[in-house]
Ligand binder design. Structure first.
Ligand SMILES: *Cc1c(COP(=O)(O)O)cnc(C)c1O
Length: 431
């Protein structure tokens, strides 16, 4: 069956034909790629087209597709049983590994997704501070829980539904939305509610409105404000955790939060999330404390073994970070060179192994800058890349993920495709 035929059938049984909105390729006017298999930097679709993949499952596959270490861990894990509803040794080892990797964190609780991690972290921060309000930032995405689905990035942005139907206004009324990289907007909010704000949650490197790194001054300012007003600072590192560095953003950016949320990479491609914090905060979580949070499949033994295998590999192979970062730099430099040659005024952002090409002439620091991007041009670009066998995010507002499996040859092939695709964009602009 072709991708289109599969998609048509999928649409009969699954809303929009997909189990997560951005997979629909709707905003780039294409049928989704239905994946049959994947290996290394490549995915193979049901029509037997091969692509160099920069989606990489939206982040978990830092080592690339079906990496031998992961495959081996899955095979081994499958011998012991899929779930017990009782504690396992691997959960202890995994918790220890995560805690030891992250500065300022003493304890961690496993959940099944990034959404669960942020949702639970907020409950804990509220329980700890006995306050209700939270601050989030425009264009930051923290999963789809009610209180956080306000002015969120990526899927929500692509589909022009910054908020969703079905969310009670009362829930959202506790969420204050501030401007990313704008400390003044945060100060104003805190001055208005100095005793009511439980937590500030942010992506320290925003990756769901394209890649935008928080300014150092902004992050340090947030840290200070949180200390001063006893607000819990939560880093949502669902994408950045173990990606920008084995020790994540505290090491990479030099600011330590009170709580952290993980997802994606820590599961190695299996469904995992986690939230952690200082002991005095985390001890309030049930059953040691009065804040309830639970999960039938949380700390699932398959997911733990696979996640543990990936994290251990990353710990033992720091050269992975050098490789993926230099690959992304190589790509970014190559793109900039092409942009210059074609006199195109677009912006390339690269942080670690994450990359975005913003189709705007404007400098990009926050959500309103991102909104100046020409998504029509992105669609032209995307389609041409797809035609040439390069799979990038089907949305202007998502990152490209470079894995350890991407070779120099992959990158060079990608740059050739980018050149052609940007010529198409150039022509479209001239029309
Ligand atoms: C993906 C993501 C989430 C949500 O994780 P899911 O596993 O999709 O629920 C939360 N925060 C950030 C920063 C993410 O990128």
């Amino acid at each position: 069956m072709s991708n289109q035929e599969l998609f048509d059938e999928a649409c009969q049984y699954i809303p929009g034909g997909v189990n997560s909105p951005v997979r629909a390729f709707q905003s780039v006017e294409s049928a989704p790629v239905f994946v049959k298999s994947a290996k290394g930097s490549r995915v193979l679709d049901e029509e037997n087209h091969e692509y160099i993949d920069y989606i990489c499952s939206w982040g978990p596959l830092i080592l690339g597709h079906n990496h031998p270490v992961i495959q081996q861990a899955i095979i081994e894990a499958s011998q012991y049983g899929s779930s017990f509803g009782l504690p396992t040794k691997i959960e202890v080892e995994m918790a220890k590994l995560v805690v030891e990797s992250y500065e300022g964190i003493d304890m961690v609780r496993m959940v099944n997704s990034g959404t669960e991690a942020t949702m639970s972290a907020l409950r804990v921060a509220r329980g700890y501070t006995k306050r209700n309000k939270i601050i989030k930032f425009e264009g930051n995405y923290h999963g789809h829980s009610d209180g956080l689905l306000v002015k969120a990035g990526s899927g929500a942005m692509t589909f022009q539904t910054p908020t969703s139907l079905g969310i009670p206004e009362e829930t959202v009324s506790q969420t204050i939305v501030c401007v990313y990289n704008d400390l003044t907007s945060v100060k104003k909010a805190i001055e208005q509610y100095p005793e009511d704000i439980a937590a500030i949650i942010l992506e320290p490197i925003a990756a769901n409105m394209g890649i935008i790194q928080a300014d150092e001054e902004f992050l340090k300012g947030l840290r200070q404000l949180c200390d001063e007003y006893h607000i819990v600072l939560i880093f949502d590192e669902v994408i950045t955790g173990f990606r920008v560095d084995y020790h994540s953003c505290p090491k990479f950016l030099g600011v330590v939060p009170d709580m952290v949320c993980f997802g994606k990479i820590i599961g190695g491609g299996l469904p995992v999330g986690a939230y952690g914090g200082k002991k005095e905060i985390m001890e309030l979580v049930s059953p040691s404390g009065p804040i309830y949070q639970a999960g039938t499949l949380s700390g699932n033994p398959l997911a733990m073994r696979v996640g543990y295998a990936q994290l251990t590999y990353l710990k033992d192979h720091p050269e992975v970070y050098q490789h993926i970062t230099s690959s992304a730099q190589y790509l970014a430099k190559g793109i900039e060179k092409i942009l210059n040659e074609l006199h195109l005024p677009f912006q390339v952002h690269q942080v670690g192994s994450l990359l975005t090409l913003f189709f705007t002439a404007q400098d990009v620091h926050q959500y309103t800058d991102v909104q100046t991007c020409d998504t029509h041009l992105y669609t032209i670009f995307f389609k041409e890349m797809l035609k040439q066998g390069i799979l990038i995010a089907p949305s202007q507002f998502e990152a490209w993920f470079i894995s350890d499996s991407h070779t120099k040859q992959d990158l060079d092939d990608t740059l050739i495709a980018i050149h052609q695709a940007l010529v198409k964009v150039y022509d479209a602009m001239a029309d």
